[in-house]
Write a protein that binds this ligand. Structure first.
Ligand code: CTP
Ligand code: MG
Ligand code: K
Length: 171
């Protein structure tokens, strides 16, 4: 496989995680996952930025992306079941990593929406890759590529969402 096609396949592979991570800004809201509960430091477990609707909506949208991807490139996945499982694990992993990130942000006394460079851009990616790894693997070169380009895609997507008026801060 050529270098360019290897990198494009890495991007294609991770797409459900990007969609899952980006969609809560549009579909989220309502009851927070922590139900308002606090940790022993007196601060919120995750905060109001992590909602059930965002989590479930993000996992659903990411999984749907995988179904569409299967119909475009079936041989990349082998069968529909693999494509759906991969997309679900990438999406669930992305939202789980996002949630864990917010847990650590609250422990560091950062309010909802405060930026945490590194954690915000890569946390979701690492958990997504980890959960999806047993179903379909990437080469170490492809993983490094995703770790390098994802922060730029994350910043670009957030800036776009800010310009569209979907969120109040550009990060
Ligand atoms: N969102 C949601 N449910 C989630 C994740 C995100 O409803 N599980 C929505 C919230 O409206 C959130 C927005 O998407 O404000 C942007 O997500 P993110 O940047 O991850 O949350 P922050 O508001 O920055 O909160 P935190 O400081 O905890 O990261
Ligand atoms: Mg944020
Ligand atoms: K985040």
């Amino acid at each position: 496989m050529g270098l360019l096609s290897s990198l494009l396949w890495a991007f294609w592979y991770i797409l459900p995680a990007y969609f899952a991570n980006a969609s809560p800004v549009l579909v989220g809201g309502g009851r927070p996952i922590d139900g308002g509960r606090t940790w022993r430091d007196g601060r919120r477990l995750f905060g109001d930025g992590k909602t059930w609707r965002g989590f479930i909506g993000g996992v659903s949208i990411g999984t749907l992306v995988g179904i569409v991807q299967y119909h475009i490139t079936p041989s990349f996945y082998g069968d529909l079941r693999t494509a759906v499982l991969l997309a679900f694990l990438l999406s669930f992993g992305a939202l789980l990593g996002d949630l864990i990130g917010s847990f650590f942000k609250r422990r560091a006394n950062l309010p909802r929406g405060a930026p945490a460079i590194g954690l915000d851009q890569l946390g979701f990616l690492i958990t997504a890759l980890a959960l999806a790894y047993p179903v379909k693997t990437l080469s170490s070169g492809q993983i490094i590529f995703l770790l390098v380009v994802s922060p730029f895609i994350h910043w670009g997507a957030n800036y776009f969402a800010y310009k569209m008026g979907w969120k109040s801060v550009p990060w």
